[in-house]
Design a binder for this molecule. Structure first.
Ligand code: LMR
Length: 392
């Protein structure tokens, strides 16, 4: 017997929180756990643009026969102007492929980096916990540095020193925007410095762009990716549509590669195709096809961008309301107004996080990360009251 040797693993903490929340009978419970957008009534509806695209797909799709490991290339190409802009000089050196969600894109990026000789990946902490899990699963060493204190400033000098000092065989994994879990992003000037550092470095940049459009705008949120790709000889960009098209469970993502020379792209893509074939054969089609239908249709594109703007402004308004609560004990909630995207991390102890859950039915990650979009007019006052009781 062999399978009986496997030690039990604890479930992914964030995904376990979904189940714990669902089984809590308290009517006033507050879900600030996993990163999904919610409206002011706490719902996560399907985008109207997606509904329209799905209706069109039902009418027009005449086959569900196999695609290749690269998935729907119409989808991959249609996204490119939104990520990279329309006239970047490096565009001729970029190619992409579809992946199962942003997780699939990160996994494929790390797997191909390893195949290309990367042995060590520098990563700012705290980070999305799955980054460390994927690194360990593909057996790459993680070298950790501090990204930022929970409500503090970015340590730019450290990240620049790491990029400049990296040897061949090292990669640096950065969040493109809406940093998960802190919401603390690099400013455009900081991205310019990071891009300049990559220009003269042996390090391979790997950028995870999972929340484009949920921070300050579609173009603004891509500033870092565009700056780095303009400067670095090579790079990888893992992309997710799971949040900005609300496609979570449909798993819609893409991986883009910047090659040093355009002529190297076919060989690089052939490696990615082989890795994808051995991992999942080909990505699920439906969600990416719906995104392609939207991006091929100006009216649906407008509708999608308007829905994204509504989400972004609601997140901004919740951040403003939280910031207005000022200081609660050691917690500086004004920092939330300077942070971006779905997440912020509150400087709570593990014990305070447990008390918030047990005594006040407030669910958040053990790190103190909150999904800002889980707050709305029906629960924000209760949440602030609970914070005052536990941390004030
Ligand atoms: C999150 O961090 O909540 C999201 O990225 C969802 C996930 O897959 O962890």
């Amino acid at each position: 017997m062999m399978l009986d040797q496997l030690p039990a693993q604890s479930p992914d903490a964030l995904l376990a929180l979904i189940k714990m929340y669902a089984s809590d009978p308290r009517a006033d419970k507050i879900d600030l756990g996993v990163g999904v957008y919610r409206t002011d009534s706490g719902a996560t509806p399907v985008f109207a643009a997606i509904k329209a695209a799905e209706a069109q797909l039902v009418k027009t799709q005449d086959s569900k026969s196999y695609l290749g490991p690269e998935g729907d290339m119409g989808f991959v190409r249609a996204l490119m102007p939104y990520i990279f802009g329309r006239d970047a000089a490096y565009l001729g050196r970029v190619e992409g492929m579809q992946t199962p969600g942003g997780t699939g894109a990160v996994r494929l990026a790390l797997a191909v980096a390893k195949k290309a000789g990367v042995t060590k990946v520098h990563m700012g902490t705290p980070s999305w916990p799955n980054h460390a899990q994927i690194l360990s699963d593909v057996m790459l060493d993680a070298a950790l540095f501090d990204h930022a204190a929970p409500d503090g400033a970015i340590d730019l000098d450290t990240v620049l020193a790491i990029i400049k000092g990296a040897a061949a065989g090292e990669a640096v994994l950065l969040h493109g925007c809406c940093h998960n879990p802190t919401g603390i992003d690099y400013s455009p000037a900081q991205w310019d410095a990071i891009a300049a550092a990559f220009a003269g470095s042996a390090a391979l940049p790997i950028l995870d762009l999972a929340y484009q459009g949920l921070g300050t705008g579609m173009d603004d949120d891509a500033y870092g990716v565009r700056a780095v790709l303009s400067a670095a000889p090579e790079g990888l960009v893992a992309y997710s549509c799971d949040k900005n098209f609300g496609m979570y469970r449909d798993r819609v993502g893409a991986l883009y590669v910047l090659a040093d020379k355009a002529g190297q792209l076919p060989a690089i893509m052939s490696n990615l195709n082989a890795l994808a074939r051995a991992s999942w054969s080909m990505p699920p089609d439906h969600g990416a096809a719906a995104v392609r239908v939207i991006l091929d249709d100006p009216a649906m594109t407008r509708l999608w961008l308007d829905e994204l703007t509504t989400m972004r402004s609601r997140i901004g308004s919740v951040r403003g309301q939280m910031a207005a609560a000022g200081q609660i004990g050691p917690l500086d909630l004004t920092a939330l107004a300077r942070q971006n995207g779905l997440f912020s991390t509150l400087a709570l102890t593990k014990d305070q996080v447990v008390r918030l859950r047990e005594d006040h039915a407030v669910y958040m990650a053990g790190s103190g990360r909150i999904n800002v979009a889980g707050l709305h007019s029906g629960n924000i006052a209760n949440f602030i009251r609970a914070l005052k009781t536990v941390a004030g």
